[in-house]
Each structure stands twice: as C-alpha cells, then as structure tokens.
Write a new protein. Structure first.
Length: 204
C-alpha cells in the first residue's frame, strides 16, 4: 500500500497550526499597538505626563491697549476706537503706567481669623488683580474653597504687630498673593495673581 493518503492529513494539520500561530501573532501585535496608543493618549507614557493639565488653555497677558472698557461711549464707537478729537494719539493707558491691563476680582465673602498668639482677630475683604485674561479669574472661582482655606491659614499665621503698621499690611498682601498662587498652581498648573488688595480691614 502507498503512504500518500496519510501525508495529506499531516500537511493539513501543519497548515492549520501555521494559520493559528499567524492569527495569534497578528492579535498580539495589534493588541500591543492598541494598548500603546491608548496609554499615549491618556498621558501614561511618552512625553513626561502629558495629560489633561497640558491640554488646558494657558491664560494670556492682556495689553492695556487691548483691554475692553465698559460704558455707553465705548459701545457706540467700538472697544478700541480713539475718543473723538484724539485720533492717532496714544491712549493714556499705552502712553504711561504699566504695560499690561489689570483684571480685578473681589472675593464675595470677607475673611475672619484669629491672629497668631493674640486675643485679637482680623476681618478683611480681599480683592486680587491679574495681568491675564479672565481665565485666571475663572480658575479662582472654580477653586474658591481651596483659595479661601489658603487665605484663612495665612491670616491665622499673622502676628498682631504686623497688622498694626503699614509695612506689615504690605507684607501680608504679598503673603496672601503667594498663598493664592501656590493653590492655583497646585490645582490648575498656573497662578497668575499679581497683587492682593484689601477692600476692608478691621482688627478687634
């Protein structure tokens, strides 16, 4: 008898094994590529942690000449049009003072805190300014609770002597600006507050 009929099933068995191995290899490679693309898009690998924080729009500096002003006169002639009789002259904002506009925001509630090692307490109203667009203000509002906490902690770490003289109050303004910026940097990756102002200041 001839062995030829037995060789055909052997060849078919080998062909099936090769096909299964080939399909398995394609699945493994495809799965690896897919997992790599997913990890890269999620910011897990490659590029030092590019995630959602990097996708947030950065606040933009606003030049005084670009600052929008309110009022009926501005609405009638356009935001950037010069006042009648002053065409071609630089606006006062551009001619002198700071280069960038100040964007102000007054925090809604006042802050009350005990002073450090003192029977006195302080109550202040706080406003901030930024040379950036409304992005910084929106982030302040979004992180209101965290920012308020940072302000209260700074106030409670303030000595009695510091709040009774002008230089001490200026130092407190700088400390509050630093505390607010550190909180925003932690939460949003960017601070942007340039100054803190007191809208109310009472020590009792």
């Amino acid at each position: 008898m001839s062995d030829k009929p037995e060789e055909a099933p052997k060849k078919k068995g080998k062909l099936k094994k090769l096909l299964v191995l080939g399909v398995g290899l394609v699945v493994l490679v495809g799965g690896g590529v897919g997992a790599g693309l997913y990890a890269a898009s999620a910011g897990l690998v490659g590029g030092g942690g590019h995630g959602e924080a990097d996708e947030k729009p950065k606040p933009k500096l606003v030049l005084k000449s670009e600052q929008k002003r309110g009022g009926e006169e501005d609405a009638k002639r356009g935001d950037h049009a010069p006042a009648p009789g002053h065409e071609g002259e630089p606006t006062p904002e551009v001619a002198g003072g700071e280069k960038y506009a100040s964007n102000y925001y007054a925090m809604e509630k006042e802050f009350t805190s005990n002073l450090q090692n003192s029977v006195h307490f302080i109550q202040v109203g706080v406003a901030v300014s930024t040379p950036y667009d409304d992005t910084v203000i929106e982030r302040l509002k979004t992180n209101d609770i965290a920012v308020r906490s940072a302000i209260l902690m700074t106030l409670s770490d303030t000595s009695e002597e510091q709040v009774f003289n002008a230089e001490g109050k200026k130092q407190l303004q700088r400390k509050l600006a630093k505390a607010i910026n550190e909180t925003l940097e932690q939460k949003e990756g960017f601070g942007g507050v340039s100054n803190v102002y007191f809208t109310n200041f009472v020590v009792q």
